[in-house]
Design a protein around this ligand. Structure first.
Ligand SMILES: Cc1ncc(COP(=O)(O)O)c(C=O)c1O
Length: 388
């Protein structure tokens, strides 16, 4: 049987895949089973930070693999300890809990908020505010946090204690007066929701409320994190200091790794036995992540902004393009034609782009060569304009 046939026969039907089997990659190029190459503007949904088969990342990972692949969290190991140190140095956060995915990183944030709320204000203080149109993961609790009904149906009852509000100061004030809040969980740019950056005034209002009421401000940086938006973390565009930052995706660069960074208020919230993960902080994943984080310097971040500016300039006002949203290399393109049609046309012409709601979504590698980006944007422009 072919891969496609095996997949269709034996895998759970959770994914609506394109008829494309990826067999290898190099940098921002991926190859299918027939040897056709594609310029990758999706990076496995913001995971392959420096592209595929990146030599520095491979070296870091294989060096660690040659030493040992795993140890339980009963013992110390250097990669996780060093990665946690660097994350704290680069963000000002105080401690890190490692897990294996974005959903788990958010679960840890939610547990921190519940424990903090209960400690500070009593057992009734557990409600976590999230935003309408948000996405925080697929576990039952992170689904409850996700402010999109479409993901909730069929899986009731979800974990209680979540309320989603519109991202307005008015809705925020109303919620603060109604619920006993433990935390607010937000994406600085809603990714799955359609690449929508939050308004700076609203982010400021959330931060002020959290400060005033001793509520945790929790940034979900699973998609916006690790250089994606042109700053190390998306919240850094807004001049606020979260109490908790969760991240995953691009941090591991292709191996599963989640991280929940705990700020001053909650640095001691977890005690031995209160949280844990068998694979969390896996030394191979952490060694790869350390190499990625070490490379995310000002030059790379500047390169993200330059590439972003190029894409926005090329696409804004182009035929068939209604608007470009997002920041850095996390961009949404509202197209006149259905986004799925544009995605398919791009694929036919050797360019892989993604969708987010009704937009075409671009999440290229942070180091995609300019010439390759120019070529891919040219294909995308034609796909948007074709037949109009
Ligand atoms: C903002 C955000 N949070 C959480 C998640 C869930 O991450 P994971 O699929 O690694 O559990 C995602 C995934 O797309 C995301 O974009």
């Amino acid at each position: 049987m072919t891969t496609l046939e095996l997949d269709k026969a034996f895998l759970a039907k959770t994914y609506d895949r394109f008829p494309l089997e990826i067999v290898k990659g190099q940098g921002s190029l991926v190859y299918d089973a027939e040897g056709k190459s594609y310029i990758d503007l999706g990076t496995g949904i913001a995971v392959n930070t420096f592209g595929l088969a990146d030599s520095q990342w491979i070296q870091a990972v294989t060096e660690q693999l040659g030493k040992f692949q795993h140890t339980s969290n009963l013992y110390y190991s250097a990669p996780g300890a060093q990665l946690a140190q660097l994350l704290c140095q680069r963000t000002g956060m105080k401690r890190v809990f490692f897990s294996n995915s974005g959903a788990e990183a958010n679960e840890c944030a939610i547990k921190a908020a519940r424990k903090y709320g209960a400690q500070k204000k009593g057992p009734e203080c557990y409600t976590i505010l999230t935003l309408e149109n948000s996405f925080h993961g697929r576990t039952l609790t992170t689904l409850a946090a996700t402010g999109q009904e479409v993901f909730h149906k069929d899986f009731q009852p979800l974990t209680p204690g979540f309320v989603s509000i519109a991202p307005t100061v008015e809705a925020l004030k109303k919620a603060a007066g109604t619920y006993s809040l433990a935390g607010i969980l937000f994406e600085s740019i809603q990714g799955e929701g359609g690449v929508l950056p939050l308004e700076p005034a609203f982010v400021k209002a959330m931060a002020e409320l959290c400060q005033k009421e001793d509520i945790l401000l929790m940034a979900d940086e699973v998609q916006t994190g690790n250089g994606r938006t042109g700053k190390l973390y998306g919240y850094m565009h807004y001049g606020v200091t979260p109490d908790v930052v969760s991240t995953a995706k691009g941090l591991g660069g292709g191996l599963p790794l989640g991280a929940t960074m705990l700020g001053e208020k909650v640095q001691d919230i977890f005690t031995p036995g209160s949280h844990g993960s068998t694979f969390g902080g896996n030394p191979v994943c952490c060694a790869g992540a350390l190499s990625i984080l070490q490379r995310l310097n000002d030059t790379v971040l500047q390169g993200v902004t330059e590439r972003s500016n190029y894409i926005v300039e090329e696409l804004s006002g182009a035929k068939g393009v209604k608007a470009v949203t997002g920041m850095g290399l996390m961009l949404g393109v509202a197209t006149q034609k259905p986004a799925s049609q544009v995605v398919s046309t791009c694929m036919e012409h050797g360019v892989l782009v993604l969708k987010a709601k009704d937009k075409v979504r671009l999440l290229p590698a942070l180091n995609i060569p300019m010439a390759m980006l120019e070529q891919a944007v040219g294909v995308l422009k034609e796909a948007c304009a074709e037949g109009l």
